[in-house]
Design a protein around this ligand. Structure first.
Ligand SMILES: [Zn+2]
Length: 351
């Protein structure tokens, strides 16, 4: 086993997330130690690198105490969102998909190989939030749902998250946790594992924009508890007030249309997916719109748009793939949205 001395890797980017206030952070062995000093951290890491797995808090905290070894999670600087991808058969493909999506949108992020799976860290613009935890939860769940990442949902909204520190040894996997370039990530998993037999010198941050997730600072849409990964209607509880959904003209029209075409139903489903609704929530919402309301106007044998949608498994179809709500030109061609003033394109403007 090669274990070198831990040196803080060089970043390709001078992006600074600190606000200049005193910050606290934690390292874990995995029991946590609260620190406010980088030299001390490097010393501790080096003292333990040969004997222990090493973790670092994903956030810096404004409120903490080295003596009592505590930080206040609510004082976290929300400088990034962390995604853990190691579930299922597709975690490598899912990581590549997320990296590609963030590259295309020029969003700052880095990708690490933990030794077994992948860590994706999306860098965020520092700003004020009404509710930081909720915002983080909403954003993580949204990205996971939208790209169908199947990432670990237990950590959504977790302001105390620690993650494996780059260039330290993963004793269970018998290899290092390393940062990856695009080329590294595109290699076969076995090749990446080989690469992880030693630490890497650099950490590459891709993308220029620090993502502003202020949009997600609202009560919505998502039920508490575990998210589902888009495979079915497993959510028993709903906390959504559907009345809070501000829907653009074309979506409202399609919701109240007389007979809604397959493609129109599909666009509505995609739009709602991007607002953050999960399949179960969509099911409930669309039943209200396309079944109950219409049934009132027809006899009970009438086959509603909702029933068509269910028979054609349109919700599953939309959620099990990476479709995004189409652009203006496409919607115009389809005759779905011909109103110049319609706000439906806002949904694609997050990035
Ligand atoms: Zn529209």
């Amino acid at each position: 086993m090669i274990i070198l001395q831990y040196k803080k890797p060089l970043y390709n980017s001078a992006r600074i997330h600190f606000t200049g206030l005193i910050v606290y952070f934690q390292i874990g062995f995995p029991q946590r130690i609260t620190l406010n000093n980088m030299e001390k951290m490097i010393e501790l890491v080096n003292r333990n690198i040969r004997v222990s797995d090493l973790y670092i808090s994903n956030y810096n905290y404004h409120e903490g105490d080295v003596e009592t070894n505590k930080v206040n999670p609510l004082s976290a600087e929300l400088s990034s969102a962390f995604f853990d991808l190691d579930k299922g058969d597709d975690f490598h493909e899912n990581t590549k998909k997320a990296h590609k999506f963030l590259l295309e949108n020029d969003v700052a992020h880095k990708v690490n190989f933990s030794g077994n799976g992948f860590h994706l860290i999306v860098f965020l613009k520092l700003r004020e939030y009404i509710n930081k935890k909720r915002t983080l939860f909403n954003f993580q769940k949204w990205l996971d749902n939208t790209l169908h990442l199947n990432s670990e949902n237990k950590l959504f909204g977790d302001l105390s998250r620690i993650r494996r520190l780059e260039n330290t040894y993963n004793f269970k996997a018998n290899r290092f946790c390393i940062n990856l370039t695009s080329d590294d990530l595109n290699m076969a998993l076995d090749e990446i594992k080989k690469l992880a037999s030693k630490p890497q010198k650099n950490i590459t941050i891709y993308g220029e924009k620090l993502l502003d997730i202020g949009n997600f600072d609202r009560d919505m849409m998502f039920p508490n508890g575990n998210s589902n990964n888009g495979n079915g209607f497993i959510q028993p509880e709903i906390y959504i007030n559907f009345g809070d959904l501000k829907l653009p003209i074309c979506i409202s029209n399609a919701l109240s249309g007389k007979a809604v075409k397959w493609i129109d139903r599909f666009y509505v489903i995609l739009y709602l997916k991007q607002t953050g609704l999960n399949p179960y929530e969509e099911y409930t919402f669309l039943k209200e719109k396309w079944d109950k309301e219409k049934r009132n106007h027809h006899n009970k044998w009438f086959e509603t748009d909702f029933m068509h949608m269910i028979r054609e498994r349109q919700i599953e179809y939309a959620f099990n793939r990476d479709y995004l709500f189409p652009n203006k030109e496409r919607l115009f061609q389809e005759g779905f949205c011909t109103n110049e003033k319609c706000t439906c394109q806002e949904i694609n403007k997050l990035f």
